[in-house]
Design a binder for this molecule. Sequence first.
Ligand SMILES: [Zn+2]
Length: 367
Amino acid sequence: MSRRDDDRLDEARAIPIKEIADRLKIERLTPRGDELVAPCPVCGGKEDKLQINTLNNVFLCRAFGGGDGIGLVEHVLGCDFKEALTWLVGEGVVQLSDEEKAKRKAARDAEDRKRSKIAARKRAESIAMARAVWADGRPFAGSPAEDYLALRGIVLDAPPRALRYHPALRYMHKIDSQWTELHRGPAMLAGILAPNGDLIGVHRTWIDLSRPKGKAEIRHGETVLNAKKVLGSQKGGAIRLDPLPEASVLIMGEGIETTFTALIAKPFQSAHYWAGVSLDNMAGKMRKVKGKRHSGLPKMADENAFVPPHWVRRLVFLMDGDSEPKMTRAKLESGLRRAMALQPDLRGQIVHAGDGIDLNDLLLGAT
Ligand SMILES: [Zn+2]
């Protein structure tokens, strides 16, 4: 890239992503915390398919992947990097004096420092809240959380330490940027542990045992909200659903129910069963490859991605068929490739329940 292009790149990177989103005229952009969410103008989907983080100046399309403001232009306009740059800052030579360049760089660095400080503080606050909820939890054994799993066909010999029960957990939802309590009721808690074993987050499932699948129905107006939410962090973490046997096999699904379903089926004599919380956490970021929608190749620099512990020789990812299969498979492959690149004697494998089939539905005989 020429010096001229470098200057244009600096110029483009200095544009706040919110401004870029406005210029792209993305419809139905709605503020949610530090984010703006909208259906993706390219991939469609739900009201938060596209998430634009105005604090970190990045975006994530849950069907496509993410990137910076220039990447957003590429994705929305379907153009390449050079065209996106031109769209943002024009063709013209941007002539900046060295002094002006240094000034802009200093301003950007200061902005970056401020952003990462705010992000670190918010992360710490959120982890502290998660630990408080966890500390408030009751034993899982004999609780309605145990009955909830039984409704899903999951009956355990020994209750895992990763689960607890909360009799009256508050369900908070942001309405017009105001946190509002929409529901309060029983919930199953699952602890998310960092690689070093510290509790960094809590996965919560609000339950209602009178409903067929046991999940509470929480509404805001017409919209049915997700009865499962994560508080705190999940970065690189996992919900460890087993009592830590001696084993070198790690079986990992996205959700708790899916992973338990595999645990009950016992495909291996001895294995660990961990839930990865989200596909993005399990797989980490994928590399962009020109001409490919989903490259299946890991972005090795992603330091937030899950990495299996050193004792894992065989890593099995469980693939649910109820989300977009191509994207899901590519992400899982990317995650396995990351693990294999870091641990050359590790073997990776994907187990697929079948198109449109959730592994837990198989257990319930619903298909
Ligand atoms: Zn998209």
